[in-house]
Design a protein around this ligand. Structure first.
Ligand code: PLP
Length: 380
């Protein structure tokens, strides 16, 4: 088992993110403190100072798993704590799903562009991974025809990312239903990275989760993005298929044991107060996206690859700048301003902007970007 590929986006952002003054590489909604939540909700986080620090509830507390289950329950399907596995972040959730399911001889289809983990790690476990390229003419979501064309006798799973990082495109329920139907006919598991859920700020309706749509569907989620609590490093896997969860739980013992007791308690507190937190974060996305749209409009050289409908990130193209890896490096090193080069998201010639950071980062960052576009001379 050899992983040949470095994790482009994480390596790039890790190098600069603590050193720059302005950050539009951030994909999380502007991170909150416990006091921010208190001010927003009037509910105080209380900790029991007599509580001994054991490994805690190995699976995550029943209350936490129940609160996560509530995020997915709808009029048709009721989820309970038994449909939830708690992990170290969304990244831990994805890793555990792939570790449980994939090995040599498996064929896996994965959308692209997307977060590199979604196709690099299945490869690492020996799967033969084929990328389904998201196209402008399909609104940067997979088409059923594209999916059908890639299916092989040994296709085990189709990996989705909804909302999509880096484009911000959203797969609506109708399309998800069609894809799920084809998958069921071929015995293919749909796995959906839904860490930006429920940030569907600019789409007409909130699409269903893959876990809601099919018995075998597997969804991964996280406290990091919409809930603005990346620091608790807490994520989850949700599925109706408890046999799959049982298999994943058995693998989980090898690399998690349990998550931190403190993270569990803070996540319960945040999820109990989710309504106001999500409201605030959706408003932040809309406000900053509006500012960004105005900026794009007045900058003749700049255009969106696609206007984002969900999540907190989007891609832009800049006329005259094709090596965006070099440009983003130059911005970080000379202008103390961080954005993500599209090269780390299989989209060379673009920049990924996160627009859910503070209003100050967005305003100052875009000011720097405007000046830099004029100043920067690309080497030919
Ligand atoms: C699509 C996607 N999945 C997973 C992750 C990992 O998130 P977490 O902080 O929950 O581990 C990220 C982080 O950027 C992401 O964009």
């Amino acid at each position: 088992m050899v992983l040949e590929e470095g994790f482009g986006v994480e390596e790039f952002t890790h190098k600069y993110e603590t050193k720059v003054d302005y950050n539009l590489a951030e994909a999380c909604c502007y991170s909150l403190s416990l006091n921010d939540v208190y001010k927003l909700t009037g509910e105080k986080f209380e900790i029991n100072n007599d509580s001994r620090f054991t490994y805690g509830a190995i699976d995550g507390t029943d209350n936490l798993r129940g609160l996560v289950a509530d995020l997915y329950s709808d009029e048709k399907v009721k989820f309970t704590k038994d449909n939830v596995l708690i992990t170290n972040g969304g990244i831990g959730a994805n890793f555990l799903v792939y570790y449980t399911l994939f090995g040599k001889g498996d064929h896996v289809i994965c959308v692209s562009p997307t977060y590199q983990q979604l196709f690099s790690v299945p490869k690492m476990f020996g799967a033969d991974v084929e990328l389904l390229r998201l196209q402008k003419e399909n609104g940067f979501v997979p088409s059923v025809e594209q999916f059908k064309k890639l299916i092989k006798p040994n296709t085990k799973a189709f990996i989705l990312n909804n909302p999509n990082n880096p484009i911000g495109s959203v797969m609506e329920t109708d399309l998800l239903e069609e894809i799920t139907k084809v998958a069921q006919e071929h015995g293919i598991t749909i796995i959906s990275d839904e860490v930006y859920r429920p940030l569907f700020h600019s789409s007409d309706r909130v699409p269903k989760s893959v876990a809601q749509l099919s018995f075998d569907g597997i969804s991964t989620g996280s406290m990091s993005k919409a809930f603005a609590f990346a620091g608790v490093r807490l994520g989850w896997i949700v599925s109706q298929n408890t046999d799959f969860l049982k298999a994943a739980r058995s693998k989980r013992h090898y690399n998690i044991i349990s998550i931190s007791m403190i993270d569990d308690q803070i996540s319960q507190y945040v999820l109990q107060n989710k309504k106001k937190i999500l409201q605030k974060n959706k408003q932040l996305c809309l406000k900053n996206l509006d500012y960004l749209s105005q900026w794009v409009k007045i900058n003749e050289k700049v255009e969106f690859l696609d206007f984002p409908k969900g999540g907190s990130v989007c891609l832009i193209k800049i006329d005259g700048i094709s090596d965006t890896q070099k440009f983003a490096t130059w911005l970080a090193e000379n202008k103390s301003f961080l954005v993500v080069p599209g090269e780390t998201f299989q989209c060379p010639g673009t920049l990924r902007l996160g627009y859910a950071n503070s209003e100050d980062d967005v305003a100052k960052g875009l000011e720097i970007l405007s000046k830099s576009i004029d100043e920067y001379k690309e080497e030919k």
